[in-house]
Design a protein around this ligand. Sequence first.
Ligand code: G6P
Ligand code: MG
Length: 217
Amino acid sequence: MKKTGFIFDLDGVIVDTAKYHYLAWRKLANALGFEFTEEQNEQFKGVSRKRCLEILLNIGGIQATKEQFNSWLVEKNEDYLSLIENMDESEILPDVQKVLSFLKNHNMPIALGSASKNARPILEKVKLMDYFDVVVDGTHVTKAKPDPEVFLIAAEQLGVHPEDCVVFEDAVAGIEAANNAGMLSIGIGEAKVLSKANFVFANFTEIDVKFINRLME
Ligand code: G6P
Ligand code: MG
């Protein structure tokens, strides 16, 4: 397939931060007087902080002024930051490093393509920054996944044509963004949820180096 650029989403692919995002959103929902379930949290994967708050307030049937909206955004992020404060390498998902090392050893360009504005500090906390040639995060994009912007910027910065890139994603919106960018999409999660992906694996322990080799040949 001769793939020469490899782009990774962060939350739910490299680290399981989805649980911390969930806890922080649930805390806000509870403070506003309603429940927020893990199932509802599925819709938040790959979605910007601002859009998540809009969905949350919609679930709770709450109207907010601009000031309230902005202060709840800050509150959620502060809670999230305190939850991830002590995060370390032990929170890297299984075999992520195996795949990153394999690609690095073969001199493949590697990018991060995440909607999170907290991506850089998280990569630093889990000590994976050195694997990435390029980091494109929520501070660089104007259009959210499923818009392909984040991945197209990553490809451009890597100097690789979009059609020569592979994207690893756990969110439905992320798989759609990769497909919209004309890239090969690899879903990490459940096949029935990520049905639009070109390939799906439950996690990186299921991806052997032979598969990665085939992508590069
Ligand atoms: C990722 C997560 C989303 C999160 C978004 C923004 O895409 O999957 O759940 O809302 O990043 O994250 P941030 O760290 O900027 O609030
Ligand atoms: Mg994700």
